[in-house]
Write a protein that binds this ligand. Structure first.
Ligand code: SF4
Length: 519
């Protein structure tokens, strides 16, 4: 069968707005090709808006089945164009949706987008080939595990398929999209494990393994991971990559041993100059594993610490005491990978001013590990999560499955969030610019670092001031809230304009110095 697999582009302020390879459809493409199917695939988010329509038509050409992967609500708006293209190019194609979002919002999706014949929930490596066999044979595909469809207007769901018990049994993911990835400057992705043993209330990665049959966390063997790296190196020359597992270092001694073996294997291939990114939980960090990761070439790390407030940490279900975050950060500071990214959720529906104060003091202490944009990080509520159930039960959820919204319990926090989001947006962009200064940019690095540092200090002080003001205001003082908002916004604008002015002067000075040298 000819099959088209698609990843829709998310709605985003940035023309691309993607974070990496769509590993879900790439893994499925390999499985389907091994079954003899012809698979075309495309991630429309890796293309600029004016390239997408033509790419969509090409990938759908002659398709008997179109599979669309959705991981977030921001991709849903693009479904209108995709459905229109399917009706034009391959009107008889069977259309299915899969991925994290459809798995937990299957019925709502089918009702909102009637052209979708079914949702395939859960891991599809075993279920999709079976579904295709039924479609080809003209037998009843509705009985396949994981299928949700509408029958005479009623949703009918089969139980979730089991999770693939042995990830080593799967072929390596297809790498069709490496040229697209390269064109936008992103590195290839490896997924070496699936699932999570933690219980964060906002995360679908922990929900799904508790619904389907199988272990909470499954890892590929070190042998498999190293063989995939060898193939990426020999076929595509890949030495820089990102491991986008939820938890690269798995639980307990088993998880540490696997990570150590992978690191040792990468180290023995050191001549290739491997550099990589990995994400993991704070609790798995220790001196031994950090030394091995750095020895293997890990230069960027992400730890989902989320918050420095013990009460917020408990509310988010992180299931580890705040001391674990402190200990992990001490280890990170001793080993200092090139880039440390600390996952951050400062605003959740029940955040209090006291929690914000606790957070900002620690963020100030850890300085440039945080970016200004993280000061307005807000919890996203996703279908299927405990956070969704909790807010729904309390009547707090607004919007729908493809984009939930909520008001903060404490109106002062809502006021502070809106103010900070508006006032710090340009300041955060300027900080990004200063951080990304390279040899091509007409601003010397030390000047950029100085400006970036000043912006950072301003943002921290500004945050403190906003929270201090909101803590002091009473609910019935609306005129005072407005006046304070005006005053604070004016202050942020002045900082923005002053920084832009200084950048322009530095750029002019650097350009004129370069011209003099050239003469
Ligand atoms: S540790 Fe990360 S992957 Fe695991 S449940 Fe929490 S947020 Fe999700």
């Amino acid at each position: 069968m000819r099959i088209a697999l698609l990843n829709p582009a998310p709605e985003s302020a940035h023309p691309l707005g993607v974070s990496g390879e769509p590993m879900g459809i790439l893994a499925l493409a390999s499985v389907l090709r091994a079954e003899g199917h012809e698979v075309a695939l495309r991630d429309l988010g890796l293309l600029l808006p004016d390239q997408r329509a033509a790419a969509l038509e090409t990938v759908l050409e002659g398709a008997a089945l179109a599979g669309i992967s959705l991981t977030g609500g921001a991709q849903v708006a693009a479904m209108t164009d995709i459905v229109a293209a399917i009706d034009r190019v391959c009107p008889d194609a069977f259309v299915l949706a899969g991925g994290a979002l459809p798995t937990f919002a299957a019925e709502a999706l089918l009702r909102q987008i009637p052209r979708v014949d079914c949702v395939l929930r859960g891991e599809a490596e075993e279920a999709l080939p079976e579904l295709i066999r039924h479609i080809e044979a003209g037998t009843d595909w509705r009985a396949v595990k994981g299928v949700t469809c509408l029958v005479e207007g009623q949703a009918r769901s089969q139980p979730l398929p089991r999770m693939v018990p042995d990830l080593d049994s799967l072929p390596f993911p297809a790498r069709d999209l490496l040229p697209d990835l390269d064109a936008v400057g992103l590195q290839p992705t490896l997924i070496t494990s699936r699932g999570c043993w933690a219980k964060c209330t906002f995360c679908t990665s922990q929900v799904f393994p508790r619904l389907a049959e199988g272990s909470l966390w499954r890892g590929q063997s070190a042998k498999y991971v190293l063989a995939e790296l060898d193939a990426l190196w020999s076929d595509h020359g890949v030495s820089k990559f990102r491991i986008l597992d939820d938890n690269f270092v798995g639980p307990g001694t088993r998880g540490q041993r696997r990570a150590r073996e992978i690191c040792e294997g990468i180290e023995t291939r050191g001549a290739r100059g491997y550099r990589f990114f990995a994400a993991m939980r704070a609790e798995v960090i220790n001196d031994d594993i950090m030394a091995r990761l750095l020895g293997a070439g890990m230069d960027r790390i992400c730890i989902g610490m989320e918050t420095w407030s013990p009460s917020q940490l408990r509310r988010l279900g992180k299931n580890s005491p705040i001391e674990v975050n402190h200990r992990a950060l001490d280890v990170l500071m001793r080993h200092r990978p090139e880039t440390i990214n600390l996952g951050c959720i400062l605003f959740d529906p029940d955040t209090t001013p006291e929690e914000l104060i606790a957070n900002i003091e620690l963020i100030a202490q850890y300085g440039d590990l945080y970016q200004i944009s993280q000061l307005t990080s807000r919890l996203d509520v996703l279908p299927g999560t405990p956070a969704e159930r909790d807010l729904q039960a309390r009547g707090r959820l607004k919007g729908a499955w493809d984009g939930y919204r909520y008001d903060f319990s404490d109106a002062r926090v809502g006021w502070a969030f809106d103010l900070l989001t508006g006032a710090l947006a340009d300041i955060a962009k300027l900080e990004q610019y200063c951080r990304k200064i390279d040899a091509e940019t007409p601003v010397p690095r030390d000047s950029a670092a100085e400006l970036g540092g000043a912006l950072h200090r301003f943002a921290i002080d500004f945050f403190r001031e906003v929270i201090g003001v909101c803590d002091a205001l009473l609910p019935d003082e609306s005129a005072a809230w407005r006046d304070e908002a005006d005053r604070l916004q004016t202050r942020a604008k002045a900082m923005r304009d002053q920084t832009i002015g200084r950048l322009a002067l530095i750029e002019m000075a650097a350009t004129s110095a370069a011209t003099t040298v050239a003469r």
